[in-house]
Design a protein around this ligand. Structure first.
Ligand code: GRF
Length: 216
């Protein structure tokens, strides 16, 4: 079977991208990385891609203030040129528009470092600590027009400890991010994911869920 072709959109350090690369290389993720695109030309994530001979394409967002649709049209063009089936936002610091969403319906994923719908947006761990939650975690979800609002595919929970700082909590959550993002991509590659309204169903997990196994 042909491997699903993914395009990863980044803005910064790219540790989630690295986990995807590593999981493809160790055989636990059956996908092909067709392109990595960054809105920041100096993003370290682009370096990571180049080290693995993955096409790394900076598409600067400079000059596109207030022209989000025009910028997204550039993304669509590049992703189509590379025959991308699935778009993965991994620390991509822009809100995408309908131009992208219509071009890739239910084919854009994002990872967020909280148990959505709690704490969308930025400064997520600060918000979790200030609120005093006992568990936080991460979420892989489909992207819709809102900010961190689309249907949820996988979540992983981590405890919040009394002595946690933003950094220590981020680090604990990031370890889980690196696992669940590849897992979500693999489930989609295996065509086991169905979206019905806000709910996402994963085939082959029904009994495991009943036994209390939350994360596929
Ligand atoms: C991650 O915490 C991710 O959940 C959020 O942005 C951060 C990106 O980190 N969307 P990295 O660039 O993948 O290291």
């Amino acid at each position: 079977m042909a491997k699903i072709k993914i395009g990863v959109l980044v803005s910064g350090r790219g540790s989630n991208l690295q986990a995807i690369i590593d999981n493809i290389e160790n055989g636990s993720l059956s996908a092909e990385l067709a392109v990595v695109i960054s809105d920041q030309a100096n993003a370290y994530a682009l370096e990571r891609a180049r080290k693995h001979n993955i096409p790394a394409v900076p598409i600067s967002s400079k000059g596109y203030k207030g022209k989000r649709e025009e910028y997204d049209a550039l993304l669509v063009k590049e992703l189509r040129t590379r025959n991308v089936d699935l778009v993965c936002l991994a620390g991509f610091m822009r809100i995408i528009t309908l131009v992208m969403i219509k071009a890739f319906p239910n084919r854009i994923l994002n990872i967020h470092p909280a148990l959505l719908p709690a704490f969308p947006g930025l400064h997520v761990q600060k918000k979790a600590l200030e609120h005093g939650v006992k568990f936080s975690g991460c979420t892989v979800h489909f992207v819709d027009e809102g900010m961190d609002t689309g249907p949820i595919i996988i979540q992983a929970a981590v405890p919040v400890l009394d002595n946690d700082t933003e950094d220590s909590l981020s680090e604990r959550i990031l370890k889980q991010e690196h696992k669940i993002y590849s897992r979500a991509i693999q489930l989609i590659a295996e065509e086991r994911v169905a979206v019905k309204g806000r709910r996402v169903f994963v085939s082959g997990l029904e009994n495991k869920k009943a036994e209390g196994m939350i994360n596929p």
